[in-house]
Design a binder for this molecule. Structure first.
Ligand code: SF4
Ligand code: SF4
Length: 439
């Protein structure tokens, strides 16, 4: 019988077989108990071992030990994973599956056809690291949408592109553009924090960034928005573009650390999770490893930070039934579940109703809804049905990807709920606290 390799032997194999990215201890922590299986959206949908966390870990380990090839089949199992990290929450052995999947994707690169891979690479390498190029691209997209060209082309487009076009959110006419790099507190000063503007948040959700800024200032924070900050690089990391992701992380670390901050506040769950893990991303960079760890400890989700700070009581009642969707990278990636709920409960008038499977992925998962539309739509329909059961009028989901997906779900499948960020709702509820306008 073939003897299993020890971890040290396998580690040597990984290096020898030219896959040093797979030389990671996380691969050897899985005890195959299977407790993660029922929490995995792809396993629940397909009931196939190779579409489960345990199966994928097994495959990556076999690749690291040189027992299987990194071929198309291998890639398809890894790429069907949503990177939702629900398996991490379920795992009693503390297996950090996300790190295993990211290491494998570093070798595989972005998913899809050669054309789709080239488009993604261009976006990851040239668009996301440049706020200027990103804004130009968003302006062009907005112009395309408003010109009616999209509707005209619709008939000529192949079905897949037509579907993608219908999922595209409307690009607003104005982007997030804070008046100055430091926005002072509008209450007794309690802290000096940085704020990530973000790539998607800046161009598609400027009102959420503005709300976050107002809520922080109203709670006594001087808010620093360094001009040199960039997109966090989460999409790059999840899709195997780690070289660019590392460069973006280094620039963000320098931009924020030079401002002497008490915290770096992030209102997008996926970005917060990625930035908290900069230490892992830059662990082999002697010039940045320590700084990245230090920076990661400063990063706080907006809800997490506000809860820890002790928020001012909002006074304007919002008489609505609300349900809360846990973004995967908040619940599973950052272990933040109670703080946003407590903040919602503090708003007078709100009735918070829990939905079934609030921490199950909605199928957005970065660009997964574009690369794997069938699985994504299946999960979205399941999510919209869970929302419908609550009869909620508002769904709160503090992450741009979830907001886009749920807004699309409300339009396509119903119920016609309003989809908001936690900071939107807090901002509305704070409005009446003011003797003056914050807007
Ligand atoms: S990250 Fe999500 S989709 Fe991927 S294996 Fe884990 S639970 Fe399944
Ligand atoms: S729960 Fe953890 S240890 Fe058990 S099979 Fe899943 S990843 Fe492995």
């Amino acid at each position: 019988m073939e003897r299993a390799l020890t971890q040290t032997e396998a580690s040597i194999e990984a290096k020898v077989s030219g896959l040093p990215a797979l030389d990671i201890p996380e691969l050897y922590q899985c005890v195959h108990c299977g407790l993660c299986l029922d929490q995995c959206p792809t396993y629940r949908a397909l009931h196939i071992e190779s579409e489960s966390p345990r199966g994928r870990i097994h495959l990556v380990r076999a690749a690291a030990e040189g027992r299987i090839e990194l071929n198309e089949r291998f890639a398809s199992h890894l790429n069907l994973c949503l990177m939702c990290r629900a398996c991490e929450s379920a795992c009693p052995s503390g297996v950090q599956y996300g790190r295993i999947a990211e290491a494998a994707r570093e070798i595989l690169g972005p998913p899809g056809s050669p054309l789709a891979r080239a488009v993604q690479r261009a976006a990851f390498q040239y668009l996301l690291p440049s706020p200027l190029r990103l804004r130009i691209a968003a302006r062009l997209l907005g112009f395309y949408q408003r010109s009616g060209l999209g509707r005209l082309l619709e008939l000529a487009l192949p079905e897949r592109l037509r579907e993608m076009q219908s999922m595209m959110p409307a690009v607003p006419r104005r982007f997030f553009n804070p008046r100055s790099e430091v926005m002072p507190a509008i209450a007794k000063n309690r802290a000096r924090v940085g704020m990530l503007s973000g790539c998607v948040m800046s161009v598609l959700f400027p009102e959420v960034n503005e709300a976050t800024l107002r809520v922080l200032r109203l709670n006594g924070c001087d808010v620093v928005l360094p001009k040199k900050q960039l997109c966090c690089g989460a999409l790059n990391v999840h899709n195997g573009e780690t070289v660019t992701a590392k460069a973006m992380a280094r620039q963000n670390i320098d931009a924020f650390l030079e401002s002497k901050l008490d915290a770096v506040v992030v209102n997008a769950a996926g970005c917060g999770a990625a930035m908290k893990e900069y230490g892992h991303l830059l662990r082999d960079d002697p010039a940045y490893a320590e700084k990245a760890e230090r920076f990661g400890r400063l990063v706080k989700d907006a809800g997490e930070y506000l809860f820890e700070l002790g928020p001012r009581a909002p006074q304007r009642p919002i008489e609505r039934v609300v349900t809360y969707q846990d973004p995967c990278h908040l619940a599973h990636g950052q272990k933040i579940r109670s703080q946003p709920r407590e903040l919602l409960k503090a708003i007078p008038g709100i009735e918070l109703r829990e939905m079934n499977g609030a921490d199950r992925c909605c199928g957005s998962a970065g660009i997964y809804n574009l690369t794997h539309p069938e699985m994504s739509q299946e999960l979205l329909q399941e999510k919209m049905a869970a929302i419908a059961e609550t009869s909620a009028e508002i769904v709160v989901a503090p992450n741009p990807g979830c907001m886009l997906q749920l807004r699309y779900g409300a339009k396509r499948y119903g119920p016609p709920v309003e989809v908001l960020h936690l900071m939107d709702l807090l901002d509305r509820a704070y409005d009446a606290n003011q003797g003056f306008s914050l807007r």
